[in-house]
Design a protein around this ligand. Structure first.
Ligand code: S3P
Length: 426
């Protein structure tokens, strides 16, 4: 993909459905009794991997391509059958980790793997707590990564405290807890995204929260629901950043999920001086959403760290791009998790922003960006990481000359049609 500088951005846009909520809707609906209708579903490659995994376990799922509407004919908590073949999570960490919690409790053995990136991502973080519950999970290459072989076992409830806030780890444990012989509690240092808690409750699970602890009591069956998925704030973040940095811009982004465990990008952007107005705030299926009006403004550097990190972890690459165009220094701390995402997002952001002429350095747990200098186009290595490709499509809008993004098609993982939507605002 080749991109050039933009004079201004203007228009109205609707981003695709939230990736985290779309995954969960298919998983929980598969475990519920009856037919669930999902609307606003994200038809990105990651969520299609989740659908394919449940297909292989005997769940009938209907989707008319391009409609965002999915019908899941759930068979209840004990309705899955042994997969017909290896389960393939593709590029999706959410699929791999959440499904592991479900598979750990089934009365069959399954093999779960994914692409080259997934096979490098740490799974010990779910293997350890699930093993404490009685699960039998082995990493085939004995390196703590997928392929995983999961032999279903009877599970017991645990009281588990995580060192790092992770919704994927928390959700894997809660899903295993649906099948355990007693109460399961997960306590995190900070609350990570709580879509599992909201949606499990909606489907009828006995799920409660107390501060940073989520508690699940097994025994309740899950029942089919209508789930409406709001637009993904992680996808909206590219347009928020783009409208903020390109002078004379004004865009409206419709129907964006603004769950407080996900809205750190709004807080960080506002702290940098971004002009963002929330309109038409409403709640659907327990998830708040709004329309976002974003106008360009002059940005300044900021400090980002501590409890806000889980609420903007996926947006840090594009926040780093905003920081490159902000006056002054931006320091990002407590974000070592970036190193184990779809790529090492600290190393990859530093490499690519430096290639564009930005003054940026990596730290052990984040980045220091001295912004405000003009950037020039460059060849960007996305390493097949969708969030890196989209972040640099935004940077390109303010760079002199041409920016070329390699493996640019990886945006299909979370945002098919991204480049067209960006182009429509020029
Ligand atoms: C996700 C949780 C986050 C996030 C990922 C999606 C989820 O990962 O980075 O893109 O849907 O639960 P961690 O929970 O590992 O931080």
């Amino acid at each position: 993909m080749k991109l050039h500088k933009a004079a201004k951005l203007q228009g109205i846009i609707t981003v695709p459905g939230d990736k985290s909520i779309s995954h969960r809707s298919v998983m929980f609906a598969s475990l519920a009794k009856g037919t669930s209708e999902i609307t606003g579903f994200l038809e990105g490659a990651d969520c299609l991997s989740t659908i394919e995994c449940f297909h292989k376990m005997g769940i009938s799922i209907e989707m008319k391509k391009g409609s965002g509407r999915v019908l899941v004919h759930g068979k209840g908590l004990h309705g899955l059958s042994a997969p017909s073949a290896t389960l393939d999570a593709g590029n999706s960490g959410t699929t791999t980790r959440l499904i592991s919690g479900i598979l750990a409790a089934q009365n069959f053995t399954s093999r779960l793997t994914g692409d080259a990136s997934i096979q490098k991502r740490p799974m010990k973080r779910i293997i350890d707590p699930l093993s404490q519950m009685g699960a039998d999970i082995s990493s085939e290459s004995a390196n703590g990564c997928a392929p995983l072989v999961i032999r279903g076992m009877p599970l017991h409830g645990i009281d588990y405290t995580t060192k790092t806030a992770s919704a994927q780890v928390k959700s894997a444990i809660l899903l295993a807890g649906l099948y355990a012989d007693g109460v399961t509690k997960v306590t995190e240092p900070y609350v990570s995204r709580n879509h599992s808690e909201i949606m499990l409750h909606l489907f009828g699970a006995d799920l409660s929260t107390d501060g940073t602890t989520a508690i699940i009591r097994p025994g309740n069956p899950l029942y089919a629901r209508h789930i409406h998925v709001p637009g993904d704030i992680s996808s909206a973040a590219y347009f928020i950043a783009a409208a903020a940095i390109v002078p004379n811009s004004e865009i409206l982004i419709r129907n964006v999920g603004i769950n407080p465990t996900r809205d750190g990008v709004l807080k960080a952007a506002k702290a940098m001086g971004a002009d963002i107005t929330l309109e038409n705030i409403r709640t659907d299926c327990g998830e708040p959403a709004a329309d976002l009006l974003v106008r360009s403004s002059s940005l300044c550097g900021t400090q980002i760290g501590g409890s806000i990190i889980p609420s903007l972890i996926d947006e840090l690459p594009v926040i780093a791009v905003m920081a490159a165009f902000a006056n002054g220094c931006t320091v990002i701390r407590d974000a070592a998790e970036l190193k184990v995402k779809e790529s090492d997002r600290i190393a990859v952001m530093v490499e690519n922003l430096q290639a564009m002429g930005c003054d940026i350095e990596a730290t052990d747990d984040g980045m220091i960006i001295r912004g405000g200098n003009p950037l020039h186009g460059a060849v960007i290595h996305s390493y097949g990481d969708h969030r890196i490709a989209m972040s640099f499509a935004v940077a390109a809008l303010m760079a002199e000359g041409e920016t070329q993004i390699l493996e640019s098609e990886c945006v299909d993982i979370s945002y098919p049609g991204f480049y067209g939507d960006l182009q429509s605002l020029r």
